[in-house]
Design a protein around this ligand. Structure first.
Ligand SMILES: Nc1ncnc2c1ncn2[C@@H]1O[C@H](COP(=O)(O)OP(=O)(O)OP(=O)(O)O)[C@@H](O)[C@H]1O
Ligand SMILES: [Mg+2]
Length: 362
């Protein structure tokens, strides 16, 4: 008896061809952490032979990657997607290391522990460095343009407001004053916008701070605004040393990111505040021995793909009522500390990473 129709067999072949030809390494890990599938890209990257490893627990297959396998186990049991950038994995018998961006997504609808789809993207360091450079240069150019424009608008705005006030005093008819009030109200709204674009003017006043303390301050502010269905979670690396930071500026930057996450998840969702130390990490064109990484991740719908390349540009917004300044200001404040904000986003998972060099700290 034939169990598979020719059409189903064709489809199976198609899916198989798609998986087998992916450049991203893909693994399917069962609920008990046993490896069910790996595509050829994963075999090459992890130096494994599918015939020898399938069905075996991942912890035995990759004995030198305990942190990775523990994180996967947690993703499976807690049913929460796990992302780690620049993860170093020791593979093969000679202890070679590969650096990858890793995402693990729990896939079943039933109760955890869930099977996981693990995606590993080998990192081409050169590409990442170029991207950071481009991001920083683009941000600086955008900001300069916006600030110049804001400057030009600010002065005539003052004149406009003053003239409207004078006119208002001389108007004989009360009903006509309605028009001058519109001018004054709109001039005030534009002044607020211009001031927000110009941003905080003072250079950072740095003191030695524990970044987790700042995160707690941000969490308590966001908690007060969050609907009941939104859970805020923490995953801190206690080994993160203190940093020299301007408290108000960093809180402002983190708050802008956290508020965006809150707006993205709506009435129900999860926001994760996570900290890590990254070693030998390049920001712009400088390689830093240690970099602090603070991530704010949410499980909302993700940044619309058309918007993603431009979200740090001033006045770019995808929200009705948004001013499109939150991310541009956050990027500016973090840049002033020698750092950078990056974003990775897809439906169900958006991660904003604030990267701050630790060795800048004298
Ligand atoms: N976590 C997120 N998930 C999905 N989209 C996001 C997220 N964060 C930012 N965005 C998108 O990026 C846009 C720009 O964000 P930004 O904070 O700069 O401006 P805004 O939130 O629109 O306005 P505001 O100036 O009030 O912050 C948002 O409008 C939204 O479309
Ligand atoms: Mg915002």
């Amino acid at each position: 008896m034939q169990t598979t129709s020719p059409k189903a067999a064709d489809e199976f072949e198609l899916y198989r061809a798609i998986l087998e030809n992916q450049l991203t390494a893909l693994l399917w890990v069962g609920a008990r952490q046993e490896l069910h599938y790996l595509n050829p890209a994963a075999e090459t990257l992890l130096q494994l032979d599918a015939r020898r490893v399938l069905g075996r627990p991942l912890a035995l297959i990759l004995p030198a990657a305990a942190e990775f396998t523990t994180a996967l186990m947690r993703a499976s049991t807690e049913f929460i997607a796990f992302t780690q950038r620049e993860l170093r994995l020791t593979v093969g018998e000679d202890g070679a290391a590969v650096t990858v961006d890793c995402t693990a997504t729990p896939v079943a609808e039933r109760a955890p522990p869930a099977p996981l789809l693990v995606e590993l993207t080998p990192l081409d360091r050169h590409l990442r460095i170029t991207r950071d450079d481009a991001l920083m240069a683009q941000h600086a150019a955008n900001r300069m343009l916006a600030c110049n424009l804001a400057h030009e608008v600010r002065n005539p705005l003052g004149g406009l407001r003053g003239a409207a006030q004078l006119l208002e005093r001389r108007l004989p008819d009360e009903t006509l004053k309605e028009y001058t009030r519109v001018i004054l109200r709109e001039a005030d709204r534009l002044t607020r916008l211009v001031e927000a674009i110009l941003g905080p003017v003072q250079p950072p006043r740095r003191t030695r701070l524990n970044i987790h303390e700042l995160l707690e301050q941000v969490i308590s502010l966001v908690q007060a605004e969050a609907p009941a269905g939104v859970t805020l979670r923490r995953d801190y690396d206690p080994s993160l040393p203190e940093l020299l930071l301007d408290r108000d500026q960093l809180v402002q930057a983190l708050l802008n990111l956290a508020r965006n996450a809150l707006e993205a998840v709506g009435d129900e969702g999860r926001i994760l505040f996570r900290s890590r130390v990254l070693r030998q990490f390049t920001l712009g064109n400088r390689c830093h021995r240690l970099v602090a990484c603070v991530e704010i991740a949410d499980d909302g719908p993700g940044v619309p793909s058309a918007l993603l390349p431009r979200i740090f540009t001033p006045l770019v917004t995808g929200r009705p009522g948004g001013t499109g300044l939150g991310l541009s200001i956050a990027q500016e404040l973090v840049n002033r500390h020698g750092g950078l904000i990056e974003c990775l986003s897809r439906p169900g998972e958006t991660v904003f990473s604030v990267l701050l060099p630790l060795d800048e700290t004298p």
